[in-house]
Write a protein that binds this ligand. Structure first.
Ligand SMILES: NC(=O)c1ccc[n+]([C@@H]2O[C@H](COP(=O)([O-])OP(=O)(O)OC[C@H]3O[C@@H](n4cnc5c(N)ncnc54)[C@H](OP(=O)(O)O)[C@@H]3O)[C@@H](O)[C@H]2O)c1
Length: 299
């Protein structure tokens, strides 16, 4: 099995790499899977020729695309670049995966939804992105489904955080230690996802018989932590666990304008991924506690 993971320096890419490295050590280098992790130096997704050239010389059984343009606010200004990476590169990857008869796992986002639903989103609900990032990610999903009606899988995640990179948790920890008071948005609801949990889920999926059987129709799955909170509640819990004395004041999205509009409520139903692949979903709070404990060990 040759398995390619793109986005090796990103939150999900690094989390997969960490688990694979740990497992391989346990197995004393006996792992039958041959994982190859690449970043933009090896495979630049904003360049068609870089993509073609890379795959001319490399063949895979599974491609896991963790790379993306993820700067939600900046995407409003850099639509073309975001589209190149989140849409056109995904289209290109899907056509290459087809040619190579590789399975493709692609990560997408809850931001394909407008957030106006009063119920948790199902995979079958109609997306309606309200920002440029969401539109480029949705275009990527659609291109993938058109070019690869079989043998691919899209996993929509939400509110990712990890010990890597800048994310909401790392930002809150930094600001909370510097300031006595913070304003955090309380009218956007969703489910935080610890990137390591998502990485575990992806690795479980590729081991699963249902994934290994070829000739399956391409499917979308939702994945995130269990439970629903606002960014404000999330910040309060982070400070509570870390015993950081910083007051968190709730503000509305209107009082905290950003270049890109954010959906109000992107809670997603995860029953499908649980049922099909037997994936366990942790409550957001228990994952946050696990994450904080890991962070402490590193300090
Ligand atoms: N972050 C979230 O809250 C969130 C929420 C829902 C869904 N998602 C989705 O989950 C997936 C993983 O997100 P993440 O948080 O792990 O992202 P991330 O930490 O921002 O990592 C994305 C990776 O993509 C790479 N990349 C960007 N442009 C590239 C290019 N032109 N060529 C090759 N690689 C390129 C980046 O490389 P460099 O390190 O070199 O910049 C980075 O390592 C993405 O599909 C994202 O859309 C994210």
């Amino acid at each position: 099995m040759r398995i390619l993971v793109t986005g090796k320096n990103g939150q999900v890419g690094r989390s997969i790499q960490k688990i694979v490295n740990t497992e391989t050590k346990i197995d004393n280098n006996q792992s039958p899977n041959d994982f190859i992790f690449v970043g933009r130096e090896e495979l630049n997704l904003s360049s068609e020729s870089s993509i073609s050239h890379y795959f001319d010389n490399n063949k895979f059984d599974i491609i896991i695309n963790c790379a993306a343009y993820t700067q939600v606010d900046r995407a409003e200004q850099e639509v073309e670049l975001a589209s190149q990476i989140n849409h056109l590169a995904v289209k290109h990857l899907a056509s290459i995966a087809n040619k190579q008869q590789a399975r493709l796992i692609h990560i997408s986002t809850d931001y394909v939804f407008d957030g106006e639903s009063i119920k948790p989103y199902l995979e079958t609900d109609t997306p309606n992105p309200i920002n440029a990032y969401g539109r480029t990610k949705l275009a990527g999903e659609k291109a993938l489904q058109t070019l690869m009606p079989m043998n691919a899988l899209v996993i929509r995640a939400s509110w990712l955080y990890s010990e890597y990179d800048n994310n909401f948790v790392s930002t809150m920890l930094k600001l909370g230690r510097e300031q006595d008071e913070l304003r955090v948005v309380s009218d956007q609801m969703g489910s935080p996802t610890y990137a390591s949990d998502l990485a575990d889920a992806i690795l479980e999926i590729i081991k699963h018989k249902k994934f290994r059987d070829v000739g399956q129709t391409t499917q979308i799955y939702h994945y995130s932590g269990e439970g629903e909170i606002s960014w404000h509640e999330f910040a309060k819990e982070i400070f509570k666990i870390e015993k950081i004395e910083c007051e968190v004041n709730p503000v509305t999205s209107q009082q905290y304008p950003t270049p890109a509009k954010r959906p109000r409520n992107t809670l997603m139903k995860k029953d499908k991924i649980v049922k099909v692949f037997n994936i366990k979903i942790s409550n957001w709070k228990s994952s946050l506690n696990t994450f904080m404990a890991i962070l402490k060990q590193k300090q």
